[in-house]
Design a protein around this ligand. Sequence first.
Ligand code: FAD
Length: 808
Amino acid sequence: MKSHAKVVVIGGGVVGCSVLFHLARHGWTDVVLLERDELTSGSTWHAAGGMHTINGDPNVAKLQKYTINLYKEIEELSGQATGVHLTGGVLLAATEARLDWLRGVVAKGRYLGIDLEEISPNEAAELMPLLDPKQFVGAVRNKEDGHLDPSGVTHAYAKAARKLGAEVERFTKVEDIVRRPDGMWRVITNKGEVVTEHVVNAGGLWAREVGRMVGLELPVLAMEHMYLITEDMPEVAAWNQKTGTEIIHAVDFDGELYLRQERGGMLMGTYEKANKPWSEYQTPWNFGHELLEPDIDRIAPSLEVGFRHFPAFQNTGIKQIINGPFTFAPDGNPLVGPVRGLPGFWVACGVMAGFSQGGGVGLALSNWMIEGDPGADIWAMDVARYGDWATMAYTNAKVRENYSRRFSIRFPNEELPAGRPLKTTPVYDTLSAKGAQFGVAYGLEVPLWYAPEGVKDEFSWRRSSDFTHVAGEVAAVRDGVGLSEISSFAKYTVTGEGAAAWLDRMLACKLPKPGRMTLAPMLKQDGRLIGDFTLANLGGDGWFLAGSGIAEQYHMRWFEAHLPGDGSVRIEAQGAKLTGLAIAGPKARDVLAKVSRADVSNTAFPFMAVAKMDIGMAPCLVGRVSYTGDLGYEIWVAPEYQRAAFNALMAAGEGFDIGLFGSRALNALRLEKNYGSWGREYRPIYGPLEAGLDRFVAYGKEADFIGKAAALAERKQGGKLRLRAFIVDADDADVIGDEPIWFGGAVRGWVTSGGYAHHSKKSVAVGYVPKEIAEESDGFEIELLGKRHAARMQATPLFDANFERMRG
Ligand SMILES: Cc1cc2nc3c(=O)[nH]c(=O)nc-3n(C[C@H](O)[C@H](O)[C@H](O)COP(=O)(O)OP(=O)(O)OC[C@H]3O[C@@H](n4cnc5c(N)ncnc54)[C@H](O)[C@@H]3O)c2cc1C
């Protein structure tokens, strides 16, 4: 074994081998993979080997498509058969709600280049002869489904990597990982030590244990998973003979089952409700090529549905039941990327669909390690989407919920209950008592809307029980004044003598003067967005940044990686140490004036001013800015004072009919101002010009901010896309995001978010289209629940286009 390497990859499952291959293919050949046993000795060897392109997140779906297309290449490169059978498949719906969901999947496929087609149950039965069409209301055909040989694929990655110069050491167990003072890592094994710049944790079933070697508790948990294999079936033989082809894959969402042909019989797997975690706290090191005891009682309810939906199963024997463990993150997507605070330590774990996702994970991670950027939008897989709040018990609750819902519909207005409430603010109980219906952002309970007694969300793709109540919250803001809880924003303080110069380099905006704020886009080296913030200059007290709450860890990782080594700049994420309230609407100033002795007149405290002031007795930081696009204020307050500030504002607001509003109303309000948000409109694949944030970029400023050259090039060349708002001729449903935008009879763009703008009484969609059609006003259509709706571009904001309210 070599004593030095540029990269050590820990784990020889399908994911580790893919990472090794991608690193070598990208040019890093001084790389070694360490496997404690034979390759595939974790969850890989007993997988069912199914692969598919569908994923709830379109960016992950793209990487799944990449993975499936890669198998031919690694087979040719390695000379190792991967056993890929691209059979195609049918996705089955037994309810109308499921069919609505499938129509959304077909629609997304249009701009992702995934060939999906809605078909009738009878057409599905012609393709997949074992199903009973009477059990279903509709189906979708997917040509890119199939299965493969898990061991063959893993060895093909490893052999291809070796051919490119990478090394693989089997029977080499990593026992400890130690960081040297010079930043290099010592990877200590049972066969000696390797010193390396980069460590990749692809430990699969043992990813937690490998993480613990460096003090990291990763939010992953293994679950038991069962599939059965039947005896040979005459129906299968007859079909094979008649058509000369295999029986295609089927996913029966309502039965929570997947099926495919296995030799002369069938394979049926379940995601059962009565699921069971495996090795909840510690994975045994002596586990290897073993299976777990099957428990047919646990999967009996799913099998009952399966045998009804696929009657031929009733006449066949079960040859074998496989029960094996594999790992999940709380939301079921992988954990990939560099780990904050551990330079050179990377993770590629929690991959629950290694044969659909392994290639994409390897590609993204190798790009990230070599180029400094994953080269794709991989937010849905980024390890930084979790923070310390994702504890072991939280992960356990969420993974179990996610497993049991693997094939369930998640409606756009559906909040999942497991692991909640976890993080709450001091006004949580007060807001609850006033009817707040909560969602979660980065672990924190966030009020979505306020329901009267006896009313709650009825889950639906269409406008639902909250509609009129959210309309009322919007009216409270636009007609008088509303108050919302905004603690879910990420808040950062930046101090030290180097702070101004550092911010000038990190952020693309012009730095504001003391007592002033500005909108601050942050770019990567390639000139694309990596953040958008409100930056406040607090004079002698340093700087304050407010940004997207879900991206706190993501941004801290970026900030810390760019801090000067001399200690001249300190940045601290305030998290729940700072809570927030906001008031907005034409009467907001009157309310503030009643609770504060500060002069809050428009002259003394104009738009984008920031100052410390007491609200009642509570010391606060107040900024005159509002995401509602109205006259408004954001108020930052230590948690011990949040209740006092809340009570003071509510009491002062009584005379102005103050109303509480939640984030659904806020969405309706910001839509009529064309305001975007991080994670929806603003993502790391768009440039500031494309995203309409170029007006906040100080292209001419002296500081050489990160991404400056690339941003200037984008401005010169014009970028490819433009973010635009549309008014949709909708019926009873509004866009939620990821719907296709049609123009001239073809899909030309995609929706990033939208909803109903209650004040303007318009259904709004926001999304990206190519710049060539971005100045057109008519001729657009937006596909919603399988139907195309006419849409008109809305160039100017629907509300307060002249900024009279906001600045007045
Ligand atoms: C019953 C079942 C059916 C499945 N069906 C499918 C399917 O149809 N399609 C699909 O895509 N996925 C399926 N999966 C999931 C799939 O198996 C996983 O996604 C995949 O195996 C994850 O691979 P991995 O490389 O991340 O982890 P693992 O396969 O667990 O690999 C981790 C490797 O790291 C090694 N290792 C760990 N710690 C150390 C250490 N300290 N030193 C050295 N080596 C170490 C282990 O020995 C192991 O070989 C199924 C899983 C099960 C259990």
